[in-house]
Design a protein around this ligand. Sequence first.
Ligand SMILES: [Zn+2]
Length: 1022
Amino acid sequence: MSRQAVLKNRRTLLERAEKFISDIYFTDCNLRGRLYGDSCPLESLSSFLSSKRISFSEASKQNFAPHKVGDTFGPTWWTCWFKVTLKIPKSWRGKEVHLLWESDGEAMVWRDGQPVQGLTKEGEKTSYILTDCLTDEEPQSITLYVELACNGLFGAGKGSMIAAPDPNRKFSVQKAELVVFNRDVQELLTDFEMLVDIVKDLGEGEQRGYQALYTVNEMVNICDPSDPSSFPKAHTLAHKFFNQHNGQSQHTVHAMGHCHLDTAWLWPYEETIRKCGRSWVTAIRLMEKNPEFVFTCSQAQQFQWVKTWYPGLFSQIQHYVKKGQFIPVGGTWVEMDGNLPSGESMVRQFLEGQRFFQKEFGICCKEFWLPDTFGYSAQIPQIMQGFGMSFFLTQKLSWNLVNAFPHNTFFWEGLDGSQVLTHFPPGDSYGMEGKVKELVNTVRNNKDKGRANYSAVLFGFGDGGGGPTQLMIDRLQRVQDTDGLPKVQMSSPLRLFSQLQADSALLCTWSGELFLELHNGTYTTEAKIKRGNRQCETLLHDIEIASSLALGSDNTFKYPVEKLQELWRLLLLNQFHDVIPGSCIELVVEDALKYYEDIRSAGARLLQDACEALGSKGSGSPAVFNSLPWERNEVVQIQDDRGQAGLALVRVPSIGVAPVKDTKPATQVSVTVQTDTVVMENGIFRAVVNKDGSLASLLLLNANREAISDGCHGNQFVIFDDVPLYWDAWDVMDYHLQTRKPVVEVEQPVGVVSSDGLRGSVSFTLRISDKSTITQEIVMDAMCPYLKFNTQVNWAESHKFLKVEFPVRVRSPNATYEIQFGHLQRPTHWNTSWDWARFEVWGHKWADLSEHNFGVALLNDCKYGYSVHKNVMTLSLLRSPKSPDANADMGTHQFTYAIMPHTGSFQDASVIQCAYNLNFPLRPLRRPADAAPWSAFTVSAAAVVLETIKQAEDRKKALVVRLYESHGSTVNATLCPSLPVREAWHCDLMENPDLTRPALMTSEGITLNFNPFQIVSLLLTL
Ligand SMILES: [Zn+2]
């Protein structure tokens, strides 16, 4: 160091160093100004504009017209293809030469017909390296193509990121030229930047920060930007600092390249395919230059897309997967929403994902990877364990609005007691940049100090793709073991989790769901997507069961393996964490609804084929197929032989078929019109309906027990102002509850629709506003213990939230909500911040509020948002946010919910079964007139639900059946198949049989033991 005493002014020394590398100030004389040497224009630039996303081979055949830098093109979502011809000057021999490309939009460089690199200004990628060191042998005349998507990394929001896209945005190329890139300047800039950041981020309290300050100051003294021969001395000084090592106890950061790439969000699915191409080919280029660089990559669907659209890139990926640098993670088809998909959907996310990774890469992921989702079901640990996964990485809970989650590394215990080692990167981001601040925060924010000494740092631009840059890798490489900072190593998820596990003795355990205290509007937004999801889950369930039964009973039947996989994958795709939550743009909603239509139409044919195999083709007498594992006695709509529609009461056994017989109910449904009300009664309960459609009374007859709270009305529609702080489609805020207004204006008072003994129904219409109405049919069926509300809403509101309330005569501190393969309780009071932060929660087909020996359940056929506060049960129906989809939820909606008062517990009252019945209609088919009722499977215990029957993967003539314990009890059950089962084995969720555990088969059936909420899968050989 220089002998002259250095003044102790921290501020001037620090700013001096900052200005020395500034890209704004003093670039005429500072180091940054020397980053590029000579430049040279392109030989030619020409372009061709396409409204569609076309292939390279198609694009390269088009006529390209001359293009000037600065010319504008567009609009949004179009693609501009550029043809670039260039000639590198011979005099640049020995230099590193870049194509410098600064433009709006996201670009891909194509060379010799292959994608070679992504270019995105927002993602700090504006250089394509033509050569590291120009030699005489290299071609100097080169033709490249640049495919430029007219959208940014985050789509094209008008005015703000999440606003609806601007359809008319214009784009331009601001710079396109050849430059000499001075790598030595870049290296020194990185040294300077890291030291400056150490000074700033360690702060004034750390002596190490002052050591960095005097080091960087001395470097400015030594370094003459105009004289590269002065650089090595400055560089040496920096490295001396970086190489002063830590002690053994220092925290270790496991750095992994990453690129969180939303499968659709502010851009459509189709653009994601290209985002994958751009981001991943760039990661491959970095691997070629940095053999230690590791890139983690999730979502089998995206790999499948790249395999189809970029086969050359896919084989390079396979190569780097083998080398351990490109690491497929997560084991799911997409990074799905963690709340709304059904239990079986969750299983299929993993089944399709793990099988894909196994087939393409020979890899079975050990970690579930879901950085970004809006909550995590309490069944995820058990499902993960079923796929051989014990590790979970996520991050989103750091977004909690009310309560800070108390851990970064902990054991997460699920509903059934399964545990997984869970890590939230303490830097609270899945898109870090390798900066000092992130490393410092990772150590400081770690809530498990003293318990966990390892953390993940996921670096790379994310959400819209982009991924890591060379600069990020260089930054991390500088400070691998620098006293004062955590140790940094390039790592893999498996290495991180293995170390965490080896040192896990002191870790805490969190039991139950990981509830995100934010984005609670996503249980309701885009109601048609929610409905599509529920209906298609139901349809695929029924197709698989009917096809499995057909396989077991008809030798000629072919199980539709490929078609079912295709439909499942469409459903799983739409469960992506910005699609099913409804937080996507309108283009994505349109795609999603189209995929649901594809599933419905192709699914209807598959179901018909299977039902014909179970019955008879076209001719025969009317019959019904029951896909649920209990006997049902229900009123169904039928068509008689003359095609006349009518009603019939049918009795059909568990997972079976039965003829439609003209049976009479024990008690007929009566509908009586009185002065101000209509009274409906079916022998189980009596409903008194006011003229405005609300319920004055709901009386359970046997128990003589009123369900509606004194002086209140059930089925009360209410509307709220729904203006969040920022995340429009995502968030409903606590204060919306203060704006409650009952919907009271009657347009058409209650009138009787039908009253024929089997079914009684009344209907009415309410006005929500001069733009929106609710028309509802209240339906009471013979023998049915719940009252159905078939609802149609014409919805044209703006920032309003529609709900329906049932104030009930029940007092309980907890309400129960169905989740995947089970249920859980949440408080009905607002004692603590953890309680009131759950003012809006999610559930699946039912919620229940019970006190001892009496309760009320609220069922639905396509809704997910609930709240139960004190004694008021509320179902969330429709929202009307305006961004990112300006037309979200506008139009006509149909949905059904039901209210079910009951004695005893909800378990004993068959609430679970009733909610299934509401969602899974009996399916009509034709059978010979003399055919007797037939059941394929029965289960002896009411607590056990036989959820899934499907053909086993890769095995013909073998079925997988999946059951779960639904009551929260320890039970034994017997599964009795009437299909010819030869062998039965327990298997995991991957369908691998456990050869140590043959299932015990007796003449009674297969004996099974269940713990509370346990999922059991069996492999049955036919
Ligand atoms: Zn995301």
